[in-house]
Design a protein around this ligand. Sequence first.
Ligand code: TXA
Ligand code: MG
Length: 350
Amino acid sequence: MTPAMPPVLDPDLDGTMDRAARHLLAGHLVAFPTETVYGLGADAENPAAVARIYAAKQRPAGHPLIVHLAPDADISYWTPRLSAQARALVDAFWPGPLTLIVERAAHIPDDVSGGQPTIGLRCPSHPVAQRLLSRFAGFRPGGQGGVAAPSANRFGHVSPTRAEHVRAEFPGLSPAELLILEGGPSTVGIESTILDVSGDDGSPPVLLRPGHIGPDQIAAVLGRLPASAHADSPQVSGTLKAHYAPRTPLILVSTDQLPAVLARHARSSPPAAAMVFAGPANRLPSIDGLDYIHCDPDPENYARNLYDRLRRADAGGYSLLILEQPPQDAIWQAVNDRLGRAAAAFDTDR
Ligand code: TXA
Ligand code: MG
């Protein structure tokens, strides 16, 4: 018997949003599109529903989740105190790909934040996410409700940027357990920037995960750069050394080293694939047993397509993915962060 796959629903069909919001209300999972990546959502205030996220992802307990809020949500329901700098960041970047770590209100169950006194809040800009979040909150007492959602992938794997990626991650879940909302390809393509602003206005915010909103944009609002995270900061699973990894072994190679490494992997069986920049300075020889995948030289386009490229490369059955390293510039910080973690999942001594 083939397992009953989770259905992908058209959010514009009559009744879909109601069905999805009621599914959340009943404690089940709904995967939904955001501008960064697709999220695996559950009612943030229902510990049994939150436990279903951990079970589906096979994610270790204690890794806190981000709570997603509708644009008109009352932030003071979730946190007793928003510093002036946190307020300025909300005004500047919400809705958008920025997660703020703030003090957690006492009535919010601590399951959602892995027992920590803080909570991650984010207001996504994707219209399908916003419709779901508004509908769900409207069903809740007092009109306040949030959807806890990590990226909708199994723990450690590449985040999904399309509905079909989510389906491929959870083929074993039935329609009673998981509904997936179609929202097209995510436009940002990598996970949100995470800033810890749980301290007072005297302390600088701490950048826990780089993303599309970079340190310079944050400095333009706050008048100072965020501090970087210490190794012992709260568990951010995306900051584990090995994360965001495809199944195929992956190595990162500098442009200088590329010709020699490619030559070494010629005639591999199954073949290797090289993800390289397509610039004229980079005319690489055609090599037997090696496929080229060309990447966009613009960091935003590169980020948008990265996870889909890695998933397609996985499906290609290659023995090895050889990735040309992007420049070590600030505009590539978030992409380089994800690539470094993907490569760290494998033996890099190749
Ligand atoms: O773009 C995104 O942020 C996506 C979409 C779905 O919104 N979500 C996402 O969630 O990437 P996830 O769970 O894969 O990564 C969220 C990270 C985790 O590594 C978690 O540890 C961290 O946020 N986080 C959440 N709450 C936190 C808290 N209270 N303190 C420190 N880190 C926290
Ligand atoms: Mg994730």
